[in-house]
Design a binder for this molecule. Sequence first.
Ligand SMILES: NC(=O)c1ccc[n+]([C@@H]2O[C@H](COP(=O)([O-])OP(=O)(O)OC[C@H]3O[C@@H](n4cnc5c(N)ncnc54)[C@H](OP(=O)(O)O)[C@@H]3O)[C@@H](O)[C@H]2O)c1
Length: 279
Amino acid sequence: MTETYTLSDGLVVPKVGFGTYKLNGAQGVNAITSALDVGYRLLDTAVNYENEGTVGQAIARSSVPREKILVSSKLPGRRQHYDDAIATIEESLYRSGLDYFDLYLIHWPNPKTDLYVEAWQALIAAQKFGLIRSIGVSNFLPAHLERLEKETGVMPVINQVELHPYFNQADQRKFDTEHHILTQAWSPLGRSTSNNVLKHPEIVALAEKYHRSAGQIILRWQTQLGVLPIPKSTHVARQRQNLNIFDFELSTEDMATINAISKPDGRIRDQDPAYYEEF
Ligand SMILES: NC(=O)c1ccc[n+]([C@@H]2O[C@H](COP(=O)([O-])OP(=O)(O)OC[C@H]3O[C@@H](n4cnc5c(N)ncnc54)[C@H](OP(=O)(O)O)[C@@H]3O)[C@@H](O)[C@H]2O)c1
């Protein structure tokens, strides 16, 4: 049983979830079923991953009861008009074969398109209709969050952002915490070979010191920051090790060492939500 966070609306979530980007079809079902078997209870999907059906199949085949699993999906940029958003949430449910989502997030703010407040109103309504338990966002900057609060009076309970040792989001985390928003980390391991953070000398040295893998050091660092990482792995041994990070603790000095690795241009790609848009 992994440790948990309690969101501002009372939803209890595990401190580590499972990412499903690129897990599609039969291989995806196998990987997700295996993740449920080893103990993951939060699955992160999105309309744009084209695998909500895969996630639903894995849940249907798993021996873990639906009510013990938290499923989170995301609204794509092209469906941010109110009516489109409601229909998309219903379609997400049909595809996954689920009656409700535990979490649903706006995938990107897309500030030039400027429809994210309308999309947020749709999520608020879908929550009232009982389609979604908790509502959140992804890749939102403080200005976007402040606007949601000003125009709707409702703050998201989760903000899922790119977060790994090369881009630790110190300012965004501070803002989220001050507004009772839990920060979730996407690409928590820097998507492995995409930025090689798992091979950073300081991380490798800490892995040796604590007799853990580099991945475990990074994921433990994130949970000690109060962040919820959602690592993805197709390998059962890695799925297991990414979840087994609750029987050791990084010292204050070692936390500071990892915090110091971050750099302003540390994103994996040029995806600053201030201007980057995804549909
Ligand atoms: N909201 C957004 O805009 C957004 C954007 C990107 C991602 N996401 C979400 O975040 C999730 C995680 O991000 P991600 O999939 O991009 O990257 P990630 O979880 O940082 O890294 C996944 C990669 O790391 C490898 N890996 C996993 N555990 C490892 C370990 N212990 N040691 C060494 N290598 C390991 C995996 O390989 P194997 O599979 O071969 O083990 C895979 O290649 C996604 O799946 C998705 O759900 C959200």
